[in-house]
Design a binder for this molecule. Structure first.
Ligand SMILES: Nc1nc2c(ncn2[C@@H]2O[C@H](COP(=O)(O)OP(=O)(O)OP(=O)(O)O)[C@@H](O)[C@H]2O)c(=O)[nH]1
Ligand SMILES: [Mg+2]
Length: 362
C-alpha cells in the first residue's frame, strides 16, 4: 500500500503552492499551510501563490505554469511540494513525474500529523482507519509506477492489476477489522458515559480551532497535565476531568481542535471522540483572538458544531490570549462579540468571570 510520507526518508524542505482564485480565504490558507508543514517538522523552502481561473485536469494549473513551478521547486532544493487544496491521485502522479519529488496535499499533511500524534488505542485505530480510507483510491498509483519501472509492457500491467485487486481486498479487510475494534472501544466508552450521566454531573466541553488554548484551559481549571504546545493538533484524545465550581461538581472535557476542510476520512474516524461534544450540557468555545484569522477560526468552529448536531447546546464564547492584544484592540474585539468573555489562560485573566458564566448557564 502507498504510505504517506515515510518517517525514515522524511522530506525536510517543503515548497508550498497555494492557488489563488479558487479559495476565498487564500491568504489564510497559505499561512495555515505553512503551520501545518512546520508542525510536521518541515522547513519552508518557498511559498508560491499561483493565480488560476479554471482548474486544469492534468496539473490543476496550465502546463507552462506547472513546469515553471516544478523548476523553481528544484532550484530551492525542496524535498517535496505541498498543495493547499485537494489533488486527485492522478494529479499527484502527474506532478511527481514533472517535479521528480513527492507531491502531497493539505489532507495528506493533516492525516500525517494526526498519525504522528495519536497515542491512545482509540486515536491510533481512528487515524489508521482514516489513513487506509485515504489510501484506497491511491493503491493503483503504485501499480502504475511499478509497471512503468518494468518497462510498462502490457504483460506486466495485467499482473499488476491482479495484485491491485488482492491488495484492495486486503486493505478493505483491514478497514473492517479496525472498525470492529473501534466499535468495542466505543461500547466501553458508552458504558462509562452512562455511569457518569447517572451521577447527574453536568458536562462542559471545551471546543475551538486548533491551537486556541483549549488544553491550557482544562489544565488551569482542573490541574490536569494535558500536553500543551504551540503547534497544530497537540490534542487528539478527549480528556475529561472533574472540578468544583462554586461548590458544584462539573466535568470538563478537552477535545480535538477543529480546522477548516478537515479531511472527510478523519471526520468519520473521529466521530465518536466528537460525540462527547454533542452530549455536553454546555460548550466553552475558546477563540484565539490574537490570531489575525480569528474570524475564519470562529466560523469554522461554528460550522463543525452544526455538523455535529451540537448547535442547540448553550455556548460560552471565551476570547483567549488577550494578553497579546493592546487595550484598544481588546476593546474592538470584545465589542464585536457581545456576550463573550475575554480571558488569558496564560496570565489567569477573566477566569473567574468564565467560571461564573458556566455556573449561570447550567
Ligand atoms: N499568549 C498566550 N498564549 C496562550 C494562552 N493560552 C494558551 N496559549 C498558548 O497557545 C498554545 C496552544 O495551547 P493549547 O492549550 O495546546 O491549545 P489547544 O487549543 O489545546 O490546541 P490543540 O490541542 O493543538 O488543538 C500553547 O503554546 C499555549 O502556551 C494565553 O492566554 N496567552
Ligand atoms: Mg489541545
Amino acid at each position: 500500500m502507498k504510505k504517506l510520507i515515510e518517517t525514515e526518508e522524511q522530506p525536510k524542505r517543503a515548497f508550498l503552492i497555494s492557488l489563488k482564485g479558487t479559495n476565498t480565504d487564500e491568504a489564510f490558507s497559505a499561512g495555515e499551510l505553512a503551520s501545518l508543514a512546520e508542525t510536521l517538522g518541515f522547513q519552508i523552502a518557498a511559498r508560491e501563490t499561483a493565480a488560476v481561473k479554471n482548474l486544469k485536469p492534468r496539473y490543476l494549473l496550465g502546463t507552462g505554469k506547472a513546469a515553471e513551478l516544478a523548476k523553481k521547486a528544484g532550484e530551492t532544493g525542496a524535498d517535496c511540494i505541498v498543495f493547499d487544496r485537494d489533488i486527485s491521485p492522478s494529479q499527484q502522479r502527474n506532478w511527481e513525474d514533472l517535479a521528480g519529488i513527492p507531491v502531497v496535499d493539505r489532507q495528506e499533511l493533516i492525516i500525517q500529523i494526526f498519525a504522528s500524534r495519536a497515542q491512545t488505542r482509540e486515536a491510533v485505530v481512528q487515524v489508521e482507519l482514516a489513513r487506509l480510507a485515504w489510501s484506497l483510491p491511491r493503491l493503483q498509483h503504485r501499480y502504475i509506477d511499478l509497471s512503468r519501472q518494468r518497462g510498462g509492457s502490457y504483460g506486466t500491467r495485467g499482473a499488476g492489476e491482479t495484485k491491485l485487486e488482492t491488495d484492495r481486498r486486503k486493505v478493505e479487510q483491514e478497514i473492517r477489522g479496525l472498525r470492529r475494534q473501534l466499535e468495542d472501544i466505543r461500547r466501553q466508552r458508552n458504558i462509562q458515559q452512562k455511569q457518569r450521566t447517572r451521577q447527574g454531573i453536568p458536562l462542559c466541553a471545551i471546543v475551538g480551532y486548533t491551537n486556541a488554548g483549549k488544553s491550557s484551559l482544562l489544565n488551569k481549571f482542573t490541574g490536569a497535565s494535558v500536553f500543551v504546545e504551540n503547534t497544530l493538533f497537540a490534542t487528539l484524545d478527549t480528556t475529561t476531568r472533574r472540578f468544583e465550581n462554586g461548590g458544584r461538581p462539573f466535568l470538563l472535557s478537552d477535545t480535538v481542535g477543529f480546522i477548516r476542510n478537515l479531511p472527510h476520512s478523519l471526520i468519520d474516524a473521529f466521530h465518536s471522540t466528537l460525540e462527547e461534544v454533542s452530549r455536553a450540557d454546555i460548550l466553552i468555545h475558546v477563540l484565539d483572538v490574537s490570531d489575525p484569522e480569528a474570524d475564519v477560526c470562529y466560523e469554522t468552529t461554528c460550522r463543525v458544531l452544526q455538523e455535529l448536531g451540537a448547535e442547540k447546546i448553550p455556548v460560552i464564547l471565551a476570547l483567549n490570549k488577550t494578553d497579546l492584544l493592546g487595550a484598544d484592540e481588546l476593546e474592538a474585539v470584545c465589542s464585536r462579540r457581545p456576550g463573550s468573555i475575554p480571558i488569558s489562560v496564560k496570565e489567569s485573566l477573566g477566569l473567574d468571570k468564565l467560571l461564573a458564566a458556566i455556573n449561570a448557564k447550567i
